[in-house]
Design a protein around this ligand. Structure first.
Ligand SMILES: [Zn+2]
Length: 147
């Protein structure tokens, strides 16, 4: 059986650093890091980009900006168009801890036609009046997988 003392609990809750020295060092390197990180992300997306929809396999030049969490949910919790992300939990000045709704939990792998059809239950606010169906749960699982 596991037991945690207060020190263990505190370490679990603070995943980043509270050291002012380390935080200041990160802030000094923020511009350099952001530039490198942006290039790395851009290259990764370029390498992963396909010319075909991941779902239907048809040729596609413009992919849907699919949200793993429906945008209407995000609008409910956003403040001035931005929501906090998981970086907020780890005190890490190198990374932004909020992000615009249009970039939150998104992926660009499937065509607009497929996105509007295969996630229609999950993306419909009226379907949240009752318990989500197994089809909706499967759609959520697929969104998370694609993300
Ligand atoms: Zn498609």
């Amino acid at each position: 059986m596991f037991s945690f003392d207060d020190q263990d609990l505190i370490q679990m809750l603070s995943l980043g650093t509270d050291s002012e020295v380390e935080l200041d060092a990160m802030k000094e390197k923020k511009v350099e890091f952001r530039k490198y990180f942006g290039q790395l992300l851009s290259q990764s997306r370029k390498n992963a980009k396909s010319n075909e929809c991941f779902y239907c396999g048809k040729k596609c030049s413009s992919f849907c900006n699919s949200h793993s969490i429906p945008a209407f949910f995000l609008r409910n919790i956003a403040h001035e168009g931005v929501v906090y992300n998981n970086h907020k939990l780890i005190n890490m000045p190198l990374l932004d801890d909020d992000i615009g709704i249009n970039k939150t939990g998104t992926f660009q792998l499937i065509c607009r036609d497929c996105d509007s059809k295969i996630f229609s239950d999950y993306e419909n606010p009226d379907n949240y009046e009752a318990t989500p169906t197994s089809k909706m749960i499967a759609q959520i699982a697929m969104k998370n997988y694609l993300k």
